[in-house]
Write a protein that binds this ligand. Structure first.
Ligand SMILES: *Cc1c(COP(=O)(O)O)cnc(C)c1O
Length: 369
């Protein structure tokens, strides 16, 4: 059996009604900042129970424009996690700010107990990454931000509808950034991103920033970017957004199924699942003994298992200029050797989940009942 990592071929195989909507939209020619975009932004605000959603052209830009909007400048230090997707760090660096790393804990997110040590007089913001579908511990991070007067831009690109104490990812900080990349939990057919905020002034500034700073056709009130979310993609977004909760619930169900089986295998350790967290499993990750051999075995058996990531961002060649070296963030380093990611998406079939579980059991030479 082959179990693919990408579900995109399945996801849009039955979308006749969407094609009809797209055809109708194309006939309107309303391509830039059009009506379906406004509709999509409003629907997302409702889903997240926030006042404002601003569509932008990627999750990376959602972070970048947010940092810009809260006043982060060249030379400011911005704290983030030592293991994240490169985009978090790219967004910080792009505006000339200096990424400052803090180690992760076993929820794969920034360890809140190590943040204060990284704060200097230059620190202006924290970008907690709600990595893999977990959330960074916002109950501990918010008081630190308050104490040191730091802005919080949440990188919620992997955790749409994740929450702690029923408070959603992206709604704790000054803004929350989301990605609509084809492989994110809520996706479109191209790049896209969303920023949410309850702050009217920030929302206004973000709307300017995404559209060249144009207040109207002839007035440039600040220097911005060309970073609009394509209205065509908003049509796709409008089609998919009613499924967002179901997508999260299905991933959670799949993860529970895995957890229940994997916990019977002594060579696998399931990460802590705090009761007050809703984890939405953008990535389903466990710790495995003999990880490299297991990964190889799974791939040989047709399962597209992965590692997120074999080299943590802080050790990437592009970030050498920051002066970090191997061993600076030991928890992230251990993760690179022990973690394995299995497909967990909403389109997985039970026989596929079972095949993965059986394959892992076979690898460890355990009897399958
Ligand atoms: C996907 C992702 C981003 C960036 O999103 P793009 O839409 O690809 O630009 C940022 N941070 C994290 C953690 C992500 O997974």
């Amino acid at each position: 059996m082959k179990v693919k990592y990408s579900y995109l071929k399945r996801q849009f195989s039955d979308a006749e009604d969407l094609w009809i909507k797209l055809k109708k939209f194309v006939e309107t020619g309303d391509f830039t900042l059009g009506k379906p975009l406004v509709e999509f932004e409003n629907k997302f605000s409702k889903l997240m129970s926030v006042k404002h959603t601003i569509g932008v052209n990627s999750g990376t830009d959602a972070i970048k424009l947010s940092l810009k909007a809260v006043g982060i400048k060249s030379g400011d230090e911005v704290i983030t996690a030592a293991n994240t997707f490169v985009a978090t760090v790219g967004a910080i660096a792009e505006i000339g700010a200096i990424p400052v790393f803090v180690d992760c804990d076993d929820t794969f997110c920034i360890d809140p107990n190590k943040i204060e040590k990284a704060i200097t007089s230059k620190t202006k913001a924290i970008v907690p990454v709600h990595f893999t579908g977990y959330m960074a511990n916002m109950n501990k991070i918010m008081p630190i931000a308050k104490k040191y007067k730091l802005k919080i831009i949440e990188d919620a690109c992997q955790s749409i509808l994740g929450s702690i104490d029923n408070k959603l990812a992206g709604t704790w900080g000054n803004t929350g950034a989301f990605s609509l990349h084809p492989l994110k939990n809520l996706n479109v057919w191209s790049d896209g991103g969303l920023i949410i905020t309850n702050n009217d002034l920030l929302a206004k500034k973000l709307r300017l920033l995404r559209n060249h700073g144009l207040k109207d056709r002839d007035t440039v009130s600040l220097l911005g970017y060309n970073s609009r979310l394509d209205t065509l993609q908003a049509v796709v977004g409008n089609w998919l957004i009613p499924q967002t909760k179901k997508i999260a619930e299905t991933r959670i169900k799949n993860a529970k199924y895995y957890d229940n089986e994997f916990k019977k295998i002594k060579y696998i350790t399931i990460p802590h699942r705090p009761k007050n967290y809703k984890i939405v499993y953008h990535l389903y990750i466990v710790f495995a003994e003999k990880r490299d051999a297991l990964l190889k075995y799974c791939i040989e058996k047709g399962i597209e298992a992965k590692v997120h990531y074999p080299i943590p961002i802080y050790r990437q060649a592009a970030l050498k200029y920051l002066g970090y070296k191997k061993g600076d963030f030991p928890v992230s380093d251990i993760h690179t050797k022990k973690i394995i990611t299995f497909p967990c998406d909403q389109h997985m079939k039970k026989i596929e989940l079972d095949y993965i579980i059986t394959t892992v059991r076979n690898f460890y030479r355990l009897k399958n009942e």
